[in-house]
Design a protein around this ligand. Structure first.
Ligand code: AMP
Length: 419
């Protein structure tokens, strides 16, 4: 399918040409025609498939075809997103795709001052991107008129449910006109998502890209079996390969993310960190440094990584396996984005063998094991400070020389991490 076969408005087609895209991605080809035809829609697609454009382009097209009535500029489209990073990202995309259209967009999310957001709402917008909590706050204060909404998008609906936003979503939806078009996007089609769709959508079309649990096809995945105390050394060893030039690393907890980042920095690897204990401006700076190449690595936790849209990530490293398989799929979708080939590497310690088996069952296939060439287990590691020694997870003891031929089988059982 070519872009011209999608009946999008010509200013949007022009912005698409300027973005350098050559053809619609599968989710765009499948979702845009039914959206333009006015249907409610459930889109099952992971991040990295082009799903933001799949709903933004038709919604912008529809908004541009219907100028606001009587000069009133209450938002006519509302996009709900789970995190501020994702909301900011969506607004950035919409600004780029709608740059040749006379439409105004604003975003509202927590963690930053309300003032500029209130000002934007006051001056009138056509399209509003919002996190549910801040939207309700502002609406409660009399800002953000929702009575003119004709198009509603629930983006990463599965994550919104995971984060406990269902009551807030229900409250918001009660304030919207019944006559509207509703689009729901989710990485998976769980029973919870099906029931959400039954509650809020009318005879929706279902568009599902890839198998329910299928991670982006372009990502090559490997498992490195490694003792827990050797994970940092293994990462440093792999980083000798310059092909790992833009690496997103996932750690299980904020504490482990911080600690790993400090160890990497001490070893001379420029590293940024992203987790929910960091302020909005620290998170923005971390993302900026990573995107600009000032930091080669970005160490993140799952929740903070939602909405990260960075082109050119060469590798995703699961320093720790995620708690659930959906998060794995989501994590590895950060590389291999927009058809580039990326590698997803998981460090799996003996304690993580059970979760790995569950993950492989979920994926319906095994993940190939790989040995790190030239990695000997006596690689010296940077010494943690005395304070860190006291706080570090017991499963990550400082490195010591080991003569064990395979750390995998010999590693002692680690107690559960206190973090
Ligand atoms: P998303 O799934 O919305 O997070 O999008 C993933 C990435 O794909 C973003 O960086 C978009 O800029 C990019 N993208 C969206 N549509 C296309 C397309 N048709 N061709 C190439 N890249 C695209």
């Amino acid at each position: 399918m070519a872009f011209r076969d999608l009946v999008l408005s010509s200013p949007i087609l022009e912005a698409i040409r300027e973005a350098g895209y050559t053809e619609p991605t599968p989710i765009q080809a499948a979702a845009i025609p039914p959206i333009l035809a006015g249907h409610d829609l459930i889109g099952i697609a992971q991040t990295g498939t082009g799903k933001t454009a799949a709903f933004s382009w038709p919604v912008l097209t529809k908004l541009s075809e219907q100028p606001p009535q009587g000069g009133r500029r209450a938002p006519r489209a509302l996009i709900l997103a789970p995190t501020r990073e994702l909301a900011a990202q969506i607004q950035e995309n919409i600004r780029a795709y709608g740059k040749h259209l006379p439409l105004r967009a604003a975003s509202v999310f927590g963690g930053v001052s309300e003032r500029p957001q209130i000002e934007a709402l006051r001056s009138g917008v056509d399209l509003l991107v919002a996190c549910p909590g801040r939207l309700l706050d502002l609406h409660g204060q009399g800002y953000g008129d929702l009575s003119a909404i004709r198009y509603l998008v629930l983006d990463e609906a599965d994550r919104m449910l995971d984060m406990g936003f269902l009551p807030a979503i229900r409250q918001i939806l009660r304030k919207l006109p019944r006559e509207r078009q509703t689009l729901l996007f989710s990485a998976t089609l769980s029973p919870e998502i099906e029931s959400l769709a039954r509650e809020f959508l009318r005879s929706p079309k279902l568009v599902e890209i890839g198998r329910r649990s299928n991670p982006a096809q372009t990502v090559a995945q490997f498992v490195y079996e490694v003792a827990p105390h050797l994970k940092t050394a293994l990462l440093l060893h792999l980083l000798k390969d310059p092909k790992l030039d833009m690496v997103l690393v996932f750690a299980r907890t904020k504490h482990r993310a911080d600690r790993l980042a400090r160890q990497l920095e001490r070893s001379g690897v420029k590293t940024a960190t992203l987790h929910s204990n960091r302020s909005q401006s620290q998170r923005m700076r971390a993302l900026r440094d990573f995107k600009a190449g000032a930091a080669r690595l970005l160490v993140a936790t799952d929740i903070a990584s939602r909405g990260i849209d960075v082109d050119g990530i060469s590798h995703v490293v699961n320093f720790d396996l995620p708690q659930n398989p959906e998060d794995y799929v989501h994590r590895i979708g950060r590389t291999g984005r927009a058809q580039a080939i990326g590698d997803a590497i998981s460090f799996v310690s003996p304690e993580e063998r059970g979760p790995l088996r569950s993950l492989e069952r979920f994926l319906g296939r095994g993940i190939p094991r790989k040995q790190a060439e030239g990695f000997h287990h006596d690689v010296p590691a940077p010494e943690p400070s005395a304070r860190e020694e006291r706080t570090q997870a017991s499963s990550e003891r400082p490195l010591r020389p080991s003569r064990a031929p395979r750390a995998w089988t010999r590693a002692p059982r680690a107690r559960r991490s206190p973090v």
